[in-house]
Ligand binder design. Structure first.
Ligand SMILES: NC(=O)c1ccc[n+]([C@@H]2O[C@H](COP(=O)([O-])OP(=O)(O)OC[C@H]3O[C@@H](n4cnc5c(N)ncnc54)[C@H](O)[C@@H]3O)[C@@H](O)[C@H]2O)c1
Length: 327
């Protein structure tokens, strides 16, 4: 098979591209480099610079590389930005997906894996979020992911395509420092950013109904996430005709923001403490995945712990911010 990885120059996509290539899969990347970095990919992986929104670029790439399966990661992913710019998010994430799926159907591609998100669940009040927990997103980003799943499944059913929707929980860490997330949108880079400025990491709310009062999340190492993509892609490759696999990807273990902040202090050696600020709207007290279904269907479970995520992310941060001084 030859897999097209959209968004393969991004943080997660570059990990997926490398893991799939190392496992012997043929891979080609389509990326407009809007947030991606070409240097994340080795020269052996072909990179087509183009947008999902450009049907010709999609068709050309599918045909020129004789693509037989797609791993679709390209998207805009900032929740706050999606609230301010819903049209852009629906255009990029949902219209972009329709253009890609049109190309996939026309080219006769029969395997399609979609990057979804725990954001589809919104703020459910449950101990563990299963794939049957109602999906009620609370922002345009989550809406585009949920509607994207519907579109992927419906297209798969109508055109005999094996599909998978992977609902990632909080992704962190890096397989190697140069592949680290360079954006400051997730909690660990946000902590590092404050430390680098000599400021205390911020905790938003410590009056939640949790043991230490801070929010609880499920963190997944990006290297484990990439392995899960390989397992899912291989399962789709072995399947004939339509049929969907929608699964959570997490560790199934909750870590509080306070615990994470303590771990960050330990790993980085900073002594700035933390500051507690007001709750942010839209933050659930607890969001932890049930991971039984992915273990059952793919035989996959996470192998890296939260300390490895913080340590590898910190190595990556220091590579990309060499001026960082910790005190
Ligand atoms: N990082 C997380 O914690 C997280 C959690 C859940 C889901 N996801 C999803 O995982 C996927 C990858 O996220 P990431 O963290 O690697 O983000 P990223 O921004 O690093 O990667 C996205 C990639 O897609 C490319 N891209 C964006 N729009 C494009 C377009 N129109 N055409 C072609 N390429 C385009 C970007 O240049 C970039 O390389 C996204 O779909 C995101 O919604 C991420």
């Amino acid at each position: 098979m030859t897999w097209l990885i959209t968004g393969g120059a991004g943080y997660i996509g570059a990990h997926v591209a490398r893991v799939m290539t190392a496992a012997g899969e043929r891979v080609v990347v389509l990326d407009d480099l809007s947030t991606g970095v070409a240097e994340r990919l080795p020269a052996t992986i072909p990179l087509v610079r183009g947008s999902l929104l450009d049907r010709e670029a999609v068709d050309r790439t599918l045909a020129a590389h004789k693509v037989t399966g797609v791993v679709h990661l390209a998207a805009k992913k900032q929740v706050g930005e999606s609230v301010e710019q819903p049209l852009r998010y629906y255009r990029e994430n949902l219209h972009g997906l329709t253009v890609l799926l049109d190309g996939v159907v026309a080219a006769g591609v029969r395997r399609f894996l979609f990057s979804s998100s725990a954001a589809v669940y919104g703020v459910p009040d449950v101990e563990l979020i299963t794939e049957r927990t109602p999906a009620v997103p609370i922002n345009p980003y989550g809406e585009t992911k949920l509607a994207g799943e519907w579109l992927v499944r419906a297209t798969g059913q109508a055109h005999g395509i094996a599909t998978g929707c992977l609902r990632y929980f909080n992704v962190a860490g890096a397989a190697t420092p140069e592949l680290a997330d360079t954006g400051v949108f997730n909690i660990i880079p946000m902590f590092f950013d404050r430390i680098s400025r000599g400021e205390a990491p911020r905790i938003f709310g410590d009056d939640y109904p949790t043991p230490d009062g801070t929010c609880i999340r499920d963190y997944i190492h990006v290297a484990d996430l990439a392995d899960a993509h390989l397992a899912a892609a291989r399962r789709l490759a072995g399947q004939e005709g339509a049929g969907d696999l929608t699964v959570n990807i997490g560790r199934g273990e909750g870590v509080s923001v306070r615990e994470l902040a303590d771990l960050v202090a330990e790993v980085t050696g900073h002594r700035a403490g933390t500051v507690v600020e007001a709750r942010r709207p839209g933050d659930a007290a607890r969001a932890v995945a049930s991971v039984g279904l992915i273990a059952e269907k793919l035989g996959w479970t996470a192998s890296h712990g939260v300390r490895e995520m913080v340590e590898s992310a910190w190595e990556g941060w220091r590579l990309h911010h060499p001026a960082t001084v910790v005190g």
